[in-house]
Design a binder for this molecule. Structure first.
Ligand code: SF4
Length: 365
């Protein structure tokens, strides 16, 4: 919970448009090892749907409001111009109908670009919205995506009874995002696609999320799958349901990075899961994989494929690429090269799993 709170900062902006003070939510997104401040706004908090876990579900009695695209674009532009944010992340409820909600996001993005905004724009695509709106989003934004919310149609239907059909309104729209993003990229736009699922809001297990993630990454459909741990909200049907632990979220991210960046397959990870399809309580999944598969190690630094180098604990894509480059340039790499690349501490751990010219580096100092 605390970790999540640290992701947000709020600043009060004195508005010249409506003579009131505006509370501006700044979201500290993490991207490639650095923190990127974004103006993250819901274009509306009115929703026609009743998703069981959601603070904004229609029957819940809360104060609601709508941004106008004009004001949203003005505020976003002002924050970006003054260096307080690097981009704008727009999302919405289903306010009346999905196309109308999407149009408000698009009009805001269009206004921002017309004002000369060259920062990052992330648009959340509404389930069930029309394809031409997704096509426009792909030309205006740097990232688009539909939140799939669940790993399967059954669980989605249970959690979001009136949000649409999982396959048609969500999965198909996500595929449209991928298609339109790829068309836009071929025309010179800088755009990628993501999705988000809610973890722990039902009787789900890690395996179901990993199967979904594997399908999406294997076909190179997505830049990123986000796992949002469920948190119970008062006056919702799931208020008594236990929250998802931060550790579970963390383990899913770790496993998903192994699938996306480290050449692991679902078959590699499957034996690590317990009988309920849950990931083990281990701080380093790759290390656990190495311990459970001793026959694959040590990996020879001069013989191994790039994918196999990536399976060595404490060797990441950057180090593996440098090792391949060194092999090409010098003909072979030495234990000293690896030590230099990893640093003393990581080398001491990685050396248990590597060899040079058939000789294990366990005793190398
Ligand atoms: S559609 Fe979105 S905003 Fe509306 S209730 Fe469902 S999750 Fe909440």
């Amino acid at each position: 919970m605390q970790g999540k709170e640290r992701k947000w900062a709020y600043l009060t902006l004195h508005s010249k448009w409506d003579r009131t003070d505006l509370d501006i939510p700044i979201y500290r997104a993490s991207a490639r090892g650095r923190v990127v401040p974004l103006f993250k706004a819901l274009t509306s908090s009115f929703c026609v749907n009743e998703c069981l876990y959601c603070a904004l579900r229609a029957p819940r009695s809360i104060a609601r409001a709508r941004w106008t695209p004009e004001l949203l674009a003005e505020v976003g532009f002002k924050l970006w111009k003054s260096g307080l944010v690097e981009g704008v992340f727009l999302t919405s409820t289903v306010d009346r109908d999905p196309d109308r909600s999407m149009e408000v996001e698009l009009e805001t993005a269009e206004r921002l670009r017309a004002m000369g905004f060259t920062g990052y724009i992330h648009l959340r695509v509404m389930p069930g919205c029309s394809r031409h709106l997704i096509a426009r989003a792909a030309e205006l934004a740097n990232r688009i995506g539909v939140n799939l919310e669940a790993a399967s149609s059954d669980i989605f239907g249970e959690l979001c009874p009136d949000k649409g059909d999982y396959l048609n309104d969500l999965v198909k729209r996500l595929e449209w995002c991928v298609g339109e993003a790829s068309r836009a990229r071929s025309e010179g736009f800088n755009i990628d696609v993501d999705t988000q699922v809610i973890v722990g809001a039902s009787m789900d297990n890690d395996l179901s999320f990993l199967e979904l993630t594997w399908r999406l990454y294997r076909h190179r459909l997505l830049r990123r799958v986000y796992y949002s741990g469920f948190e119970p909200i008062k006056n919702t049907p799931l208020q008594q349901h236990p929250p998802c632990s931060r550790l579970r979220e963390h383990r899913l991210y770790q496993a998903s990075f192994l699938l996306r960046d480290y050449g692991f397959t679902l078959n590699d990870l499957n034996p690590l899961l317990d009988g309920r399809g849950m990931l083990p309580n281990a701080s380093n999944l790759k290390l656990l994989y190495a311990k459970r598969n001793p026959e694959l190690y040590p990996v020879d630094l001069n013989e191994a494929s790039y994918d196999m180098l990536l399976k060595v604990p404490f060797i990441g894509p950057r180090t593996a690429k440098k090792l391949m480059k060194l092999r090409k340039e010098k003909g072979k790499v030495t234990p000293g090269d690896l030590k230099l690349l990893l640093g003393e501490a990581r080398f001491r751990l990685a050396k248990l799993y590597v060899a040079v010219q058939g000789k294990s580096l366990v005793d190398f100092i």
